[in-house]
Design a protein around this ligand. Structure first.
Ligand SMILES: *Cc1c(COP(=O)(O)O)cnc(C)c1O
Length: 402
């Protein structure tokens, strides 16, 4: 059987510029973000300043991971133990995990056909639960109707925190993803749009939220060494009222990330070329429905999703096995048990009882997912599509097509 030979988990090498910047930090010995020579600004503070500028907002904070940024955002926005937090039914496990870590209680919100949050169910869930927070996940890079979502939240005084782990470099109606809500949270973990192994970023235009986030992240009393933060004099009260929940980023990772910020636009072009080819090929296959993007989404196509709505559970299981045999690790959200990154809300048993989310149940039952690493080219997409077509034919002989 023909097999695809490349690895879906192989990321591009770190550039020489980034490697040299990292080596310079190591030579200096000053890896801790607040360990600065006289007059030095430091890689971490510069990363924050440069990242905030890409979003066109005043404040950004680098921290230990994307999941940590989400926890920090909830706490900085005033979450108290036992508070309810609205959360997409379709998201990645660190999202409900961060809500629980911050002391909140996730309240599931159903999704639409395109996997984004359903604004009508959001309004219902908000009214039923009385939640004051919504952690909005742009899961797999799909951005929902932000105007409708923000209208539901603004009219109820709900604080929105955006999980932009898959939308760094993306926008909606021309506005950067992460700047609609009170706080935007990003991940710099290896499989996201910039790669420092682990890491997170948090961005906000709100002075008090940023002061609290900085102290929470473990700044000791060194907040004057930030470049994308409110004035040091304004911390007088916040600094004594906010606990230190240590989770900083270090200069080594920041040094690797700074050159990558400048590459984001070019990466987006390359990702979207792969994405466009895969989408065209998938859309032409009988029984395959790619999850479409709305006209206002300025997306980064780092992965692609499609449903097999006419296939039975057994046929999809056979299709996934056929893909694996052909070297394609297609993920399926309908698997009974979670695997790799495909955990479903019903595998978060710690949530206990939860709202019914029938659309999520139906859509996830046949939803498949494929990463599109930048180590692939458009020709690889053709091969992948041919193999998907083969696997589909074997799993679902043409005679059974309705
Ligand atoms: C990766 C990811 C996160 C968390 O990021 P980490 O840096 O791995 O903690 C949060 N949400 C989504 C949707 C993600 O994919």
């Amino acid at each position: 059987m023909r097999r695809f030979a490349k690895s879906f988990t192989q990321q591009e090498a770190i550039s020489d510029t980034a490697i040299e910047a990292a080596v310079a930090v190591m030579r200096s010995g000053r890896l801790h973000r607040y360990n600065l020579a006289e007059g030095e600004q430091g890689e971490t503070a510069l990363l924050e300043q440069e990242f905030a500028a890409t979003l066109g907002i005043p404040h950004a904070l680098a921290c230990a991971s994307g999941g940590y940024a989400l926890q920090l955002a909830l706490r900085a926005c005033g979450l108290e133990a036992g508070d309810k937090v609205l959360c997409n039914a379709f998201t990645l496990s660190p999202v409900p995990g961060s809500i629980v870590a911050a002391g909140g209680e996730p309240v599931l919100v159903d999704i639409l056909e395109d996997t984004t949050v359903d604004p009508e169910d959001l309004a219902r869930a908000a009214d039923q639960s009385g939640a004051r927070f919504f952690m909005l996940s742009h899961m797999r890079g799909h951005i929902g109707d932000m105007h409708a979502i923000m209208q539901v939240c603004d009219s109820r005084g709900i604080t929105v925190i955006e999980d932009c782990a898959h939308t760094m470099g993306a926008s909606y109606d021309g506005k950067p993803s992460g700047t609609f809500g009170k706080v935007g949270c990003y991940s710099t973990q290896t499989y996201k749009h910039v790669n420092s192994g682990e890491g997170g970023l948090l961005a906000t235009a709100d002075d008090e939220v940023m002061r609290r986030a900085i102290i929470l992240s473990g700044s000791y009393m060194l907040y004057d060494r930030h470049l994308a933060a409110p004035a040091a004099e304004s911390f007088a009260e916040t600094r004594l009222q906010t606990p230190n929940m240590s989770g900083r980023m270090d200069n080594l990772r920041a040094a690797i990330l700074r050159p990558q910020l400048g590459e984001l636009a070019e990466r987006r072009e390359r990702w979207n070329a792969l994405y466009a080819r895969m989408q065209d090929r998938l859309a032409a296959m009988e029984g395959v429905t790619p999850i479409l993007r709305g006209p206002l989404e300025g997306y980064v196509g780092s992965s692609i999703q499609f449903t097999l709505a006419q296939c039975s559970h057994e046929q999809i299981a056979a299709f996934i096995a056929g893909c694996e045999a052909r070297g394609l690790p297609v993920k399926w959200y309908g698997k009974p048990l979670p695997e790799d990154y495909t955990s479903r809300y019903d595998s978060w048993a710690y949530l206990g009882s939860h709202r019914a989310v029938p659309n999520a149940d139906r859509v996830l039952a046949t939803l498949c997912d494929l990463r599109l690493p930048l180590t692939f080219d458009v020709q690889d997409c053709e091969v992948i599509a041919d193999l998907i077509q083969d696997a589909l034919h074997s799993a679902r002989p043409v005679s059974t097509v309705a």
